[in-house]
Design a protein around this ligand. Structure first.
Ligand SMILES: [Zn+2]
Length: 78
């Protein structure tokens, strides 16, 4: 779903930030995101960092700073 397609039906995914008022203070900085399939309505929750971690610019940025973001857990990246 983070690649823009539903894992159940291959339908397109819409993304929206979760309303900050609905997030406990400890999690606000993670920027939670709600992913919804526009075809079958399957929903999934993630965080902005998780959605961009696999993109080429983010992988390249980490590589230039000596970090292999493809093997480093998201929670260990600042
Ligand atoms: Zn779907």
């Amino acid at each position: 779903m983070s690649n823009g397609f539903c894992w159940r039906c291959d339908g397109p995914i819409s993304r929206s930030l979760v309303d900050r008022a609905a997030i406990p203070d400890a999690f606000v900085d993670l920027l939670p995101v709600k992913l919804t399939c526009e075809r079958c309505a399957t929903t999934y929750s993630s965080v902005v960092g998780g959605l961009v971690l696999g993109s080429a610019p983010v992988i390249s940025f980490h590589h230039e700073h000596g970090i292999d973001s493809t093997t480093t857990p998201l929670w260990e990246l600042s």
